[in-house]
Ligand binder design. Structure first.
Ligand code: XMP
Ligand code: MG
Length: 183
């Protein structure tokens, strides 16, 4: 196989494009119901949320604006510490807005709980969270995620926005990587 082809790096596919799409249909229908008669500001967290933002927002009938934030969590290695730095802030004033944070994955939940507190301090009407994926550790933190796509095992996954060393974000599915990728 061509060394530049990613398919040799995939160990197993956890969620197919079809499964992700079907789940987003459900989440979008729920969001449309919950926000009926309201305006919605979708806040995507770069870079991982790009895919779920594109796919979820296209399924909504609710009038929605989109804005983006980039944050970096200080931590040792792969674990986030909950100490967060804003790399790119929103362009939008949140006063009176109904904010829906759109995330790729919640692991420890520390980044997200910081983000929710930060956005709440800006005077919005509401702040809720939609996440494509959730890992088991998220249960340890008191962060209420209104819309969850899939609960997944505590394994490192890539694809559908998620990266390993900035690669694999463009895969249309969620997968685990073959051991040779890490060595
Ligand atoms: P928290 O604060 O919830 O951080 O621990 C969530 C962030 O951690 C990253 N993360 C992953 N990235 N595959 C990835 O590519 C994974 O399996 C994974 N688990 C956590 C991700 O950046 C997320 O926003
Ligand atoms: Mg990442």
């Amino acid at each position: 196989m061509d060394q530049s082809d990613v398919s040799g790096d995939i160990a197993s596919i956890l969620l197919t494009e079809e499964q992700l799409g079907a789940k987003l249909d459900e989440l979008a229908a729920q969001i449309d119901k919950d926000y009926a008669g309201k305006d919605l500001l979708l806040v995507g967290v770069l870079k991982g949320a790009v895919m779920v933002m594109a796919d979820l927002s296209r399924r909504l009938h609710t009038k929605a604006e989109m804005d983006w934030m980039a944050v970096s969590s200080y931590g040792s290695g792969t674990k986030s510490s909950g100490v967060v730095r804003i790399l790119k802030d929103l362009d939008t004033d949140l006063t009176g807005r109904n904010v829906l944070i759109v995330e790729d994955i919640i692991d420890s939940g520390l980044t997200l709980s910081w983000l929710v507190a930060n956005l709440r301090s800006r005077g919005p009407a509401s702040v809720e969270i939609a996440a494509a994926l959730r890992k088991p550790d998220a249960a340890k933190v008191d962060v209420d995620v209104r819309y969850v796509g899939f609960d997944i095992p505590n394994e490192f996954v890539v694809g559908y926005g998620l990266d390993y060393a900035e690669r694999y974000r463009n895969l249309p599915f969620v997968a685990t990587l073959a051991p040779h990728v890490y060595s």
